[in-house]
Design a protein around this ligand. Structure first.
Ligand code: SAM
Length: 416
């Protein structure tokens, strides 16, 4: 494709994918606006696969077009002057979105400054940077109000916990990442106890893995557990309920579920009262889950572990399987950037339309970012389909079906 034709094709992709997204919003209500002050009904829909799919192309094509046309040094500095995390940390820690709930018409930064004890002119700059990215509305000079995006930072929202986990813990690993790659003692190690986050916080070398460390820090552990619920919408994982035929099966084992007892008691007490749900503490490295059930569901479990540990978890799950059991591994599946390899996997995962990068480029950014999160926190990784199949095959599992949810992906296996 000639260069100009590539640009025209990107423009067409932007146009069609944006129109697809608009049509989806219109099914649920009005189209959203950047300064919208409330959520849109589609924001919390269980099944966001069609929207995620349209946005993947839209984000990928828009970023690719900008990168192609902008001066390269301008794009290069954009790679590193990303201070959103420092600014989001301030507003999240200080509960600015919760405060703004009482000021639907906006609050002047001088008044906000007194409430949270942050110097007003600095605060104005923080708020302006965020509002420029679409988080908060600057309704008048130095007067800020909530909008659809800033409402995500409310205390009650699990996404806020995921944000704090990133800006306060994962960022520590990011800041020493280079050093860990060069430190001869650990550079070639995939031991979770020396992952960059642990390298940065474990001065005495006694803390173990991030999970061991959290076991001794109640506040961190609680917040981590709450943050996991945010993956329902961040990764769009809840769509599994709409796509996988759970109705065909009668028993599901959630291996490595979070705070299961508390959450079932709170959200589904009738299931607990009617004995439709059982709880069992399980160390998935040392124990086999309850045997012979229909479905073993592992969401965001395997990506937490390097290959050796993942193989151990899968081999323990394998021992529990009956002839008709299924294992569902629900994580990101990293798309291939080489078009040659992407085409090989296209029948399972689709492939981005040309001239988009074969993995949808920036449209798939969250999966590559989370791959780094896993490396920083656990010396672990997100995996390609090839990587996952190699692990599962070695554990005696056979791929039955790929459930591509346009962002997260469910790999369905049976006993080989
Ligand atoms: C990334 S979270 C995912 C939680 C949940 N499946 C979800 O998707 O929300 C990983 C979970 O693995 C649990 N975990 C860590 N080590 C474990 C072990 N050895 N045995 C069982 N669970 C473990 C953690 O407590 C945490 O709840």
């Amino acid at each position: 494709m000639a260069n100009k034709a590539k640009l025209e094709a990107l423009l067409t992709l932007i146009n069609t994918s944006a129109r697809d997204a608009i049509a989806l919003y219109e099914k649920y209500g009005d189209v959203p606006a950047i300064d919208q002050t409330g959520p849109h009904p589609l924001d919390n829909a269980v099944d966001q696969v069609a929207l995620k799919s349209a946005i993947r192309t839209l984000e990928g094509a828009s970023a690719q077009l900008c990168t192609t046309l902008a001066p390269p040094s301008h794009t290069a500095i954009n790679l590193v002057q990303v201070y959103d995390h420092a600014c989001v940390r301030v507003v999240a820690r200080e509960g600015v979105s919760d405060i703004l709930l009482k000021y639907p018409k906006g609050i002047h930064v001088n008044k906000l400054s007194k409430k949270i004890n942050i110097e007003p002119k600095k605060l104005a700059r923080i708020m302006r940077l965020l509002a420029t990215k679409g988080c908060y509305n600057e309704v008048d000079t130095d007067v800020f109000a909530n909008n659809r995006l800033s409402l995500i930072l409310l205390d009650e929202n699990p996404v806020k916990h995921m944000i704090l986990l990133h800006v306060e813990l994962i960022s520590k690993g990011a800041s020493v990442f280079y050093e860990t790659l060069k430190d001869p003692k650990i550079a070639y190690s995939y031991d979770p106890t020396v992952a960059p986050v642990m390298y940065s916080i474990d001065k005495d070398g006694i803390e173990g893995t991030v999970f061991d460390w959290m076991a001794r820090h109640d506040g961190q552990r609680e917040s981590y557990h709450v943050s996991m619920r945010s993956l329902n919408t961040i990764m769009g994982s809840l769509a599994v309920l709409a796509h996988f035929p759970f109705g065909k099966y009668s028993t599901v084992v959630d291996v490595g579920g979070v705070q299961a007892r508390d959450i079932w008691a709170r959200d589904c007490p009738e299931a607990v009262a009617e004995d439709r749900v059982e709880f069992e503490d399980l160390n998935f490295f040392e124990q086999v889950p309850v045997k012979g059930k229909d479905v073993y569901y592992l969401r965001n479990i395997i990506h937490d572990w390097p290959d050796n540990e993942s193989a151990l978890i899968l081999s323990n799950v394998r021992k529990a399987l009956g002839p008709n059991s299924r294992v569902l591994i629900h994580d990101y599946v990293l798309l291939q950037l080489s078009r040659k390899q992407a085409v090989i996997e296209a029948s399972e995962l689709g492939t981005a339309p040309e001239p988009l990068l074969a993995n949808f480029g920036v449209g798939s950014m969250r999966s590559y970012q989370q791959d780094m999160t896993m490396l920083f926190a656990h010396n672990a990784r997100e995996r390609t389909l090839q990587d996952s199949l190699a692990l599962a095959t070695a554990a005696g599992l056979k791929l039955e079906k790929v459930w591509d949810l346009a962002e997260s992906c469910v790999l369905e296996y049976s006993a080989a």
